[in-house]
Ligand binder design. Structure first.
Ligand code: ADP
Length: 208
């Protein structure tokens, strides 16, 4: 990593101040929950056992919202790495609810976990699929020996999932599947999502 890593670290240390707010809760006896407001592309812990989760689409070649922001920040090598992930059916590299992993490339994290949340409308399996997206992301992180993971509000943008319902599914699911992780973070881009997650955590978890 050498010199460039030093340069990047000092720059990122400044940039990370852009991530505002911070509240911690006891998710389980061994895992902490941290809620932050800001841009997930700036999040990192140690660059070695940390991963951010991308709310991708099934093609895994980039898109709008957080997916676009992650691809822009990670650089073109990310798209190349995603292209190499085998298609399970035509054009589909990651079915809804599943997860895939790549390196972080130009991001300050070690890994990016790409998951696909459900499209909310006319979808009777939306809750189950959102739960799967969180669960499979956590399992993959544990399997890869990661300790710190940061999620955005999966499906709460273009995919239309109501924030209150999503917060409840998200927190319940990470609580059930975080064994093996040290900290689960949510980096919420919109104030409304931040406060909704915060209220949900306050009513179900112990603040620390
Ligand atoms: P989806 O298609 O799963 O709905 P979106 O990217 O449209 O994905 O939105 C998911 C959530 O990510 C939304 O709450 C949106 O505000 C948020 N978001 C967008 N950009 C960022 C970012 N840079 N960091 C963290 N969250 C982001």
């Amino acid at each position: 990593r050498g010199v460039s890593s030093n340069v990047r670290l000092s720059r990122k240390d400044v940039v990370q101040n852009w991530i505002k707010q911070g509240e911690s809760f006891e998710l389980t006896e061994t895992c902490k929950l941290v809620l932050l407001e800001g841009d997930i592309t700036e999040w990192h812990i140690d660059g070695q056992t940390d991963a951010i989760v991308n709310a991708a689409n099934t093609r895994l070649l980039g898109g709008g919202g957080v997916d676009g922001a992650i691809h822009d920040a990670a650089g073109r090598e990310l798209k190349e790495a995603c292209r190499q992930i085998p298609q399970v059916t035509r054009g589909v590299r990651c079915p809804t609810g599943e997860a895939r992993i790549t390196r972080g490339f130009r991001l300050p994290v070690s890994r990016i976990i790409h998951t696909v949340g459900p499209i909310y409308w006319n979808n009777s399996r939306a809750a189950e699929q959102l739960q799967d997206a969180y669960k499979n992301s956590c399992s993959l992180a544990v399997q890869e020996g990661l300790k710190y993971i940061a999620f955005p509000a999966i499906s709460c943008g273009i995919y239309g999932y109501p924030v209150e319902e999503a917060a409840s599914v998200a927190l319940r699911t990470v609580k059930e599947t975080s064994a093996g992780l040290q900290e689960v973070h949510f980096v919420l881009f919109e104030e409304k999502a931040y406060f909704t997650w915060s209220n949900e955590a306050e009513s179900t978890l112990k603040k620390i």
